[in-house]
Design a protein around this ligand. Structure first.
Ligand code: ACO
Length: 381
């Protein structure tokens, strides 16, 4: 008889290096610092694509033709308005709630009004995915306006998803540069292989739970500061540091105290995250344009210190933080913006999981006590 420990090989803590499934959606080349969606390099997509086109690519596997894109945009526009039940849930949320908690609850509630609820066919799941991609920005913006005592705005015709989001939170149609910057950020965040939230979505989907359940679970995973929540933490750090002359000492002290410096490190990349280069460039440009170059200056110093002291590069959450800040976006909307983009990846993974499903059920390496004798309640100490 094997003992429990012999029966299972030692676990990789945090599943590091474990290949959990096959996928044709996205791949991270950790050593080279390369990222592809459906075979396309992220640099090409960031330079030439739009978020809508990228979302279609993730869901369908190929870039859309002109006609296919027109249909997709029409489907998205038709689904942007929130069902009444979702509006009620958002209106009932405490004004002090974290927008990620409101978003997660609103997404969960949106199943009540979903026209395809109960139909798990690929065609129905695709329609659910389109509705979720269309509605997440409206959900976030609605809550944001309500908590500011403002009237929520209906989606505006003729705007991209990124521009429309900026319009719905601020009430002003953004200039082309701001809309383009957010659009590129959404492209860069749209998928990232088996990151924690996507894995959570696939685990849920693999029980044959539906799209809304998987996306709700993924939102829960994304919110954590080790994952999508890091972008907000980065900006809090920059505000605390305040000026470039304090940056080096602040980071050195943090490292001496064994603190994690937010926006650095990655489970897979061993070199620079390819998404960071685009965000660095946009953060510098928009910071200068907004008359707030200090955040970028602080970040360059932090980046140098982290590379020298720890050999660590920044990740996607580092420069997105100051970019959103100088665009006037409140700190607690950074992670919801991540979600507005990543929902396209989550939905693509749920579709892929359901197309060739097997329950995801790993084993634990048992390290607890064995062979204990039963003690009755009165004799326990
Ligand atoms: N600051 C300081 N030290 C760090 C950092 C950091 N940001 N990241 C890793 N390290 C150090 C750890 O202290 C550890 O050192 P040790 O071996 O001396 O104890 C070593 O590097 C390995 O770190 P782990 O946390 O074990 O690495 P893991 O692969 O488990 O974690 C993670 C990756 C969670 C991203 C980690 O680097 C981290 O916590 N970063 C800060 C949070 C962050 O930016 N998250 C966003 C990630 S990207 C995304 O999810 C969108």
């Amino acid at each position: 008889m094997p003992t429990v420990l012999e029966a299972a090989p030692p676990s990789a803590k945090g599943l590091e290096g474990v290949v959990a499934n096959q996928s044709s959606i996205c791949y991270v080349f950790g050593e080279e610092g390369r990222l592809i969606y459906r075979g396309y390099d992220i640099h090409d997509l960031a330079e030439h694509s739009t978020f809508e086109e990228t979302a279609y690519l993730l869901l369908r596997g190929d870039l859309p033709t002109r006609d296919q894109l027109a249909v997709f945009l029409t489907e998205l526009k038709a689904a942007q308005k929130l069902p009444k039940v979702v509006q009620r849930v958002i209106k009932d949320a405490p004004l002090t709630a974290h927008p990620m908690n409101v978003l997660r609850t609103a997404v969960s509630a949106s199943v009540f009004a979903d026209a395809d609820h109960g139909d798990e066919s690929a065609a129905a799941e695709y329609r659910k995915a389109v509705r979720l991609i269309a509605q997440l920005p409206t959900m976030v913006a609605m809550f944001h306006r309500l908590r500011n005592g403002q009237r929520p705005l209906a989606p505006r015709r003729g705007l991209s998803l990124a521009a429309n989001f900026l319009y719905m939170i601020s009430g002003a149609v953004p200039d082309a540069e701001a809309a383009k910057a957010l659009d590129v950020a959404l492209i860069l965040h749209a998928d990232h292989e088996l990151n924690a939230s996507t894995f959570a979505a696939r685990v849920i989907a693999a029980t044959l739970a539906d799209m809304h359940g998987a996306v709700t679970g993924a939102l829960g995973a994304l919110a954590g500061p080790l994952h999508g929540g890091a972008n907000t933490e980065v900006m809090k750090m920059l505000l605390e540091i305040g000026s470039p002359d304090r940056a080096e000492a602040w980071v050195r002290e943090g490292l001496a105290r064994k603190r994690k410096i937010m926006g650095f490190g990655h489970r897979v990349y061993r070199t620079e995250d390819p998404r960071a280069a685009h965000l660095r460039r946009m953060a510098e440009h928009l910071g200068r344009k907004a008359g707030q170059p200090q955040w970028f200056a602080i970040q360059r110093i932090i980046e140098d210190v982290m590379r020298r002291e720890k050999g660590l590069c920044c990740n996607v959450d580092f420069y997105s933080a100051s970019m959103y800040y100088v665009m006037g976006i409140p700190l607690d909307l950074y992670t919801p913006i991540f979600a507005i983009s990543r929902v396209s990846g989550w939905c693509a993974h749920v579709l892929e999981q359901h197309a060739d499903n097997r329950l995801i059920r790993p084993r634990a390496e048992y390290v607890g006590p064995m062979n204990r004798s039963w003690t009755s309640l009165g004799r326990r100490r």
